[in-house]
Design a protein around this ligand. Structure first.
Ligand SMILES: NC(=O)c1ccc[n+]([C@@H]2O[C@H](COP(=O)([O-])OP(=O)(O)OC[C@H]3O[C@@H](n4cnc5c(N)ncnc54)[C@H](OP(=O)(O)O)[C@@H]3O)[C@@H](O)[C@H]2O)c1
Length: 268
């Protein structure tokens, strides 16, 4: 059965995608961090005619990400698509720097590192599902990673933290696509749409300018269509260019090394 995992599927874009993917012959694995909302979303997808299964994890800690991966490998035998969608936006205006339980700057941890580790752990399931898709929901809001201060101890701003986490997702996309070339696992990233009407946009006190329908359609295109396209960054449905740092192999190698080191430090 076609099996699709969506992280952060209990609200906003993720929930929209889970509902849209509900169809006979499709199993949607709905990820969430709140048990009540997770049950509610699973019930919604089921009512819409799909098969839905829930998986609960707070992605701000790598141990929880690791446990989620273990659980998925135990419960499922394949993955046809993985949508790394869960994320934190700018937060409330004036909110300061935060760290995950692993001591990692929080947006880097949730928006990037959790997806980095989860995807790598789920590669065996994706290989079974090949031709399979990984879709990283990034953003047009990108900021280069300063490898002398990637945890943003100095010069923190929520926009910068968000932007570097989103560029890191795109750098990971390009790397993984290259690594999996020829294995039938296609990896792409996108900016779904600008300022959709979702929780993170509301929390930041910004007026929405686009609809979930718009961002949802662009994301679903990468889940369902586009054949063998891999290693690309899309702005909506337009093949686009990310921040120049994403095309610098040395920067990508530094990010890979930093990510492996952070995962090792957290999990041993
Ligand atoms: N909105 C936009 O205009 C826009 C533009 C560009 C890119 N994006 C990207 O689109 C994606 C979806 O965001 P959205 O706009 O739909 O915002 P949202 O409504 O705030 O959804 C974010 C999702 O991430 C989940 N999440 C946050 N922290 C988590 C954690 N520690 N552990 C597990 N799950 C966590 C949330 O869970 P809960 O349901 O429990 O809150 C929620 O399901 C994000 O990656 C975002 O960066 C959005």
């Amino acid at each position: 059965m076609r099996t699709i995992l969506i992280t952060g599927a209990t609200s906003g874009l993720g929930r929209f995608l889970a509902r849209r993917l509900a169809a006979p012959g499709v199993r949607v694995i709905v990820h969430g961090r709140d048990p009540a909302r997770l049950r509610e979303t699973v019930a919604e997808v089921t009512e819409l005619g799909g098969q839905a299964e829930g998986v609960l994890a707070d992605l701000s800690g790598l141990r929880a990400v690791e446990a989620m991966a273990d659980e998925l490998v135990e419960r499922f035998d394949r993955l046809d698509a993985l949508v790394n969608n869960a994320g934190i936006g700018y937060g409330r205006p004036g909110a300061g720097r935060q760290e995950s339980e692993d001591g990692v700057e929080l947006r880097f941890a949730v928006n990037y590192l959790a997806g980095f580790h989860l995807t790598r752990r789920l590669l065996p399931l994706l290989r079974v599902g090949a031709p399979a898709r990984v879709v990283n929901v990034a953003s047009a809001g990108q900021h280069p990673v300063d490898f002398d201060d990637p945890m943003l101890i100095r010069g923190y701003s929520a926009r910068r933290a968000y932007g570097q986490s989103k560029l890191a997702q795109i750098m990971f996309t390009f790397d993984l696509a290259e690594e999996l070339a020829g294995e039938g696992v296609r990896v792409n990233a996108l900016h779904p749409a600008t300022l959709m009407d979702t929780g993170m946009v509301g929390e930041a006190g910004i007026a929405p300018v686009s609809s979930l329908e718009e961002g949802g359609a662009a994301t679903l295109r990468l889940v369902n269509d586009l054949g063998g396209v891999t290693g690309r960054y899309f702005d909506g449905s337009r093949d686009s260019r990310a921040d120049p740092q994403a095309y610098d192999p040395k920067a990508r190698a530094r990010l890979r090394a930093l990510s492996d080191e952070l995962v090792r430090a957290a999990l041993g």
